[in-house]
Design a protein around this ligand. Structure first.
Ligand code: PEP
Ligand code: MG
Length: 886
């Protein structure tokens, strides 16, 4: 182990080899940049270990820590020739948080530490720039007062606002020196008044309090909320970075900026970023002043910045998001990290970097979060729609969204889950995150491409338009008005287009997107790496076509009950259910035959010879009938309206039948194969329709259909033996009748624990298995799949009883165990048995990894998840092979 790893406080220049978990993301970046010879102001990291010790001790600074901090300060003084608290060459520090995973804006930062009444005055004299000195000093008191001493941020803002008014200026930066000096004095009084304590003049006291404040900020509400949303462990802790200050606010040849080595929105390989002259770094991200493009910088410094960007990418081999400051014409780099990017950006960057040889195709495929891809396949504004935008802002996070205007974060958090809302704010701060989570999109009046709203929205994959300064807010919070005078009230529907920056009134028509060449490329790369097949769940010819377009290699689940629900079929289904004897039931069933026949023909034809697994009817019959309460109301109403006796009798007969069919637990009641054991004629008709469709297509010269007939909810091998007999019997009868034969397979779903446990027996009558993990999860847990999400799963997650809903991601310990038992049993009885999964978890990347490892042949998921699954399946193979080489 490297010696420094045992230290709790370590200089940037000594910490090479430390990882992100110890140094935090920011510290790690600073250490790496220092080692690359980039212009990093010197400083040191207090490791995440200290944070852990701080919380383990119940919020106490570990003993001896500040002695170590003083030793490192002495080293920085030696290196820079400056002195902390000194007057001639004052050394000032920034103190910043830095967790192992980036949590932008969630924790606290304090700049300009070390300034006090004396040093501020001295700095003003030395730099001959009083404005700069007092601007820095007032920022320190403001940040320190708020973060380290708990003063109310609004009080400071109010003072600044008043001063701006009296001085007749719009921006803080335009306040003259004398005003800023006054502001600093007033700020000190605010601190005293609000906290009962003086703003500390001793730099060491400032530093110690600031370090503790940053450690405390790991546990503030917004940071906790953020960690919950992004599943970041509470145990990691934050590091604290103490670094020599450089000043972007020391005049016109200074400034601060944020750079991206490539465009984070589009992925374009060109240095991208924003720059604010005469400003400290926080001004750029806070969105208080709208920054300019990098082209506004001095060309010589810009050139240097380009060299820095190139070095960063060559080293980190990923797109970097870096912060820099220019102090009197000299460039400093202050931070770097892998940049957050949109889904579109991520795909383009990965594909381009692989083409450039910077990373391998395997790395490119591993880099992309599969879930991200779904957003690329979602709808965008219809380019032919004639709607005219009412305002335009910056295109901060692509995609379009419509919803009701909500101005208040609390309200968005409250109502956002239930309906579509767009959060509209002057600007967002980390406190707004809880309102952003349930919103469809975000619109802000201020802020640039790197403002909080932009960064967070991109990270969440939500559309955002920021810096839309064409809108103004009503003082009473009831509406906003556009430049052209259009008024948009709270609750009105708007549409924002984060791809163009446009804002529209009302709901604008949307269309399906075109996959980009880069998306097609990354999927092609993934296809070459994966073992697992990717099929789709599709019930209609339209869905089948969509699935194929997205690259599905078959249909793993075509649910036939959905076909029965169409308005032209439901009355026939009802007649069938109402039948009292087999003969009349059969008669009505065969009225459904032509519908089923044409559905299957179209689906087989859409799939052009690829496998199609048709699942025979699986719904409890009463679900096709109106609920009893509705029938009672209807009967009463008709009776009151003087309806004829026969009509009332008919309805009453239906009510009696509904009452007969109603079940206490319909999900584990008379459904699936149980229904067919009692009414085999249903499966008989369906089997005939499926096979006749295949025969007709054959005759019409179309690609031969690959037909697989699947029987649901089997628990006993005997059920399958019987129903397979029904299907085979129907097939033989049909083939005789038609004088033609087609190939077909009969398989079963494994969706009860008993079927899984006795898989070797079930396999005897089955040509294939497909795990119905929705029902398998329901029956393994004994959780009703229709009720749990709203009732108790969130509480289970909150309490840590479950990490996430087992209906979203497969429960490996329980359901997963049954899957493995069934795979083993099935293939023991029938080596090479084809096995897939068609429950919702089949489209979930984590579950896909499990199904890959369990040896399944394919996963089947909804059409829009197919690209996600293709990528996840490739990643599963890659992690399998990297585990094997470890
Ligand atoms: C399942 O149970 O996982 C399944 C795919 O079937 P359904 O959702 O139709 O019950
Ligand atoms: Mg099921």
């Amino acid at each position: 182990m490297k010696a420094f790893l045992l230290e709790r406080v370590v200089l940037f220049r000594d910490a090479l080899g430390g990882d992100k978990f110890l140094l935090g993301g920011k510290g790690y970046g600073l250490v790496e940049m220092t080692s690359l010879g980039l212009p990093v102001p010197p400083g040191f990291v207090i490791t995440t270990e200290v944070c852990k010790q701080y919380y383990e001790a119940g919020g106490k600074i570990p003993s001896g820590l500040f002695d170590q901090v003083r030793e490192k300060i002495a080293e920085v003084e030696k290196e820079t020739g400056k002195k902390f608290g000194g007057e001639d060459k004052p050394l000032l520090f920034s103190v910043r948080s830095g967790a192992p995973f980036s949590m932008p804006g969630m924790m606290d930062t304090i700049l300009n530490l070390g300034l006090n009444d004396r040093t501020a005055k001295r700095m003003a004299a030395m730099t001959k720039n009083e404005k700069f000195a007092y601007d820095s000093y007032r920022r320190l008191i403001q940040m320190f007062g708020k973060v380290a001493m708990g003063a109310d941020a609004a009080a400071f803002e109010k003072i600044l606002e008043e001063r701006r008014k009296t001085a007749g200026v719009k921006m803080d930066i335009d306040l003259p020196a004398v005003e800023l000096r006054g502001v600093a004095e007033e700020f000190k009084r605010v601190v005293m008044k609000q906290t009962g304590k003086e703003f500390p003049q001793n730099p060491f006291v400032q530093l110690e309090m600031a370090i503790e404040a940053v450690l405390r900020s790991w546990n503030n509400d917004r940071a906790k909320e953020y960690r919950r949303f992004y599943h970041i462990s509470e145990e990691l802790g934050t590091a604290v970075n103490v670094q020599m200050m450089v000043f972007g606010n020391s005049g016109e040849t200074s400034g601060s900026g944020v750079g991206f080595t490539r465009n984070p929105s589009t992925g374009e390989n060109r240095l991208f970023g924003e720059y604010l002259p005469d400003a400290q770094g926080e001004d750029v991200v806070a969105g208080v002043r709208t920054p300019r493009g990098l082209d506004s910088m001095d060309p010589r410094v810009l050139q240097e910045l380009g060299d820095v960007a190139k070095k960063l990418e060559d080293h980190f081999k990923d797109m970097q998001d870096f912060e820099f400051t220019v102090e009197n014409g000299k460039l400093y780099t202050l931070q770097t990290r892998n940049g957050k990017r949109t889904a579109q950006g991520a795909v383009k960057i990965a594909v381009d970097m692989a083409a450039e040889g910077l990373i391998t195709p395997q790395e490119a495929v591993s880099r992309i979060e599969p879930d991200m891809l779904e957003s690329l396949l979602h709808r965008r504004l219809d380019p032919t729609s004639a709607d005219k935008p009412i305002a335009k802002g910056l295109d901060a996070s692509p995609g379009a969204a419509s919803g009701e205007v909500v101005f208040d974060t609390e309200e968005a958090a409250r109502v956002g889950g239930g309906k579509n809302v767009i959060l509209v704010r002057v600007e967002t701060t980390p406190e707004d995150i809880k309102g952003m989570i349930p919103s469809q999109g975000v619109l802000t009046m201020r802020g640039g491409m790197t403002s909080h709203a932009a960064v967070v929205a991109r990270g969440m994959g939500k559309p955002a338009v920021v810096g839309c300064n064409e809108i103004t807010f009503a003082a009473d919070g009831s509406h906003f008005t556009t430049k052209s005078g259009e008024r948009v009230m709270k609750g009105d529907i708007i549409t924002i287009d984060g791809t163009s920056g446009n804002v529209y009134k009302g709901e604008v028509r949307m269309v399906d997107p075109e996959p980009s060449p880069e998306l097609l490329k990354i999927l092609e790369m993934a296809d070459a790496m994966r073992r697992l097949g990717v099929w789709a769940n599709a019930d209609t010819p339209g869905a089948a076509r969509k699935a194929r377009e997205f690259g599905a290699e078959g249909i793993g689940l075509c649910r036939t009950e959905r076909m029965f629900n169409a308005p032209d079929r439901l009355p026939i289904v009802r007649d069938m259910i109402m039948s009292q004897d087999e003969e009349s039931r059969k008669m009505h069933l065969y009225r459904l035959f032509p519908f089923q026949l044409s559905d299957f023909k179209e689906i087989f034809s859409a799939m052009g010879g690829k496998p199609v697994v048709v699942r025979l009817l699986d719904l409890p019959l009463h679900e096709f009938l109106p609920p009893p309460e509705a029938l009672i109301i209807e009967i009463d109403a008709r009776r009151a309206g003087g309806a004829p006796a026969e009509e009332l009798q008919g309805l009453e007969k239906m009510l009696a039948r509904v009452r007969q069919l109603v079940e206490h637990n319909p999900m584990i009641g008379h459904r699936g194969c149980r229904l067919a054991v009692t009414f085999p004629e249903i499966y008989e008709m369906q089997a005939k329709a499926i096979l006749q469709a295949a025969i007709e297509l054959d005759r019409e010269g179309e690609e031969r259909a690959d037909v697989k007939i699947m029987i649901p909810l089997v628990a006993l091998a005997g059920e399958l033996e019987f129903l397979r007999g029904v299907v085979d019997g129907a097939a033989e009868a049909l083939f005789r009748e038609r004088g033609a034969r087609v190939e077909y397979k009969v398989g079963t779903m494994i969706e009860t624990p008993r079927a899984a446990l006795t898989a070797s027996e079930v396999a005897e009558y089955s040509d294939f298995f497909s795990f119905g993990t929705n029902d398998l999860t329901q029956t393994t847990f004994g959780f009703s799949r229709d009720d749990v999400e709203a009732k108790f799963i969130p509480r289970y997650i909150e309490m840590g009883l479950l990490a996430q809903s087992p209906f979203d991601s497969v429960d490996r310990a329980g359901v997963g165990r049954l899957v493995k038992i069934a795979v083993e049993g099935g293939r023991r009885a029938k080596p090479g048995l084809e096995i897939g999964v068609c429950g919702e978890q089949g489209g979930d990347p984590k579950s896909i990894e499990f199904f890959n490892d369990a040896g399944l042949d394919y996963v089947s998921c909804s059409a829009y998840r197919v690209p996600v699954a293709r990528l996840a399946a490739a990643q599963a193979t890659l992690s399998e092979s990297s585990a094997a080489t470890k």
